[in-house]
Design a protein. Structure first.
Length: 173
């Protein structure tokens, strides 16, 4: 039994040691249209534009579009973001989730998946991460229209080797 426990602990620590964390940040402006229904349901359309940075030293711009629904204490969303980096490589994130809006532990966070990419990001297809968004200076424009500035931070773990290949990627000539 002791050998089995030692094996699992060694395996677990080897995974931790051989993983890197990709961190990203975005700062931008979003626009939202809110539809409040008589049954208490809320539907929102969402769009945003931002500048993006990450911990591999790459900058870019992002555009996001999608929809959010809040009904009977459950939130569901489907938002797609396209990031184009300073070298022209693209990555597509999808924020598609359902959650209990009363769960304080996950309130304000979103999970995302990289669903497509080219260049350095092709290897990230399927990469999953978690993120959080903070609204800055929200503005009610009336008739259900809102806009705000925001900051977003996302992160996720990957093997060291993948992180280094993405960081040191050279476009084929």
């Amino acid at each position: 039994m002791r050998t089995i426990i030692l094996f699992f602990l060694t395996f677990f620590y080897a995974i931790i040691i051989n993983s890197a964390e990709l961190k990203m940040e975005a700062f931008g402006k979003s626009k939202t249209r809110v539809f409040n229904l008589t049954d208490g349901s809320i539907f929102l359309t969402y769009s945003s534009e931002s500048v993006v940075t990450n911990n591999i030293g790459i900058r870019g711009v992002a555009e996001c579009e999608g929809m959010l629904e809040i009904s009977k204490g459950t939130t569901s969303s489907n938002i797609m973001c396209r990031i184009t980096d300073e070298y022209g490589d693209k990555m597509f994130f999808q924020f598609k989730a359902s959650s209990d809006t009363t769960d304080v532990a996950t309130s304000g966070t979103q999970k995302f998946t990289v669903v497509d990419g080219d260049g350095r990001y092709k290897e990230l297809i399927g990469f999953k991460g978690i993120s959080a968004t903070a609204s800055i200076m929200p503005k009610d424009l009336g008739e259900g229209y809102y806009e705000d500035f925001y900051s977003w931070a996302g992160k996720g773990d990957m093997p060291d080797a993948v992180f280094e290949r993405i960081k040191n990627y050279q476009k084929p000539e």
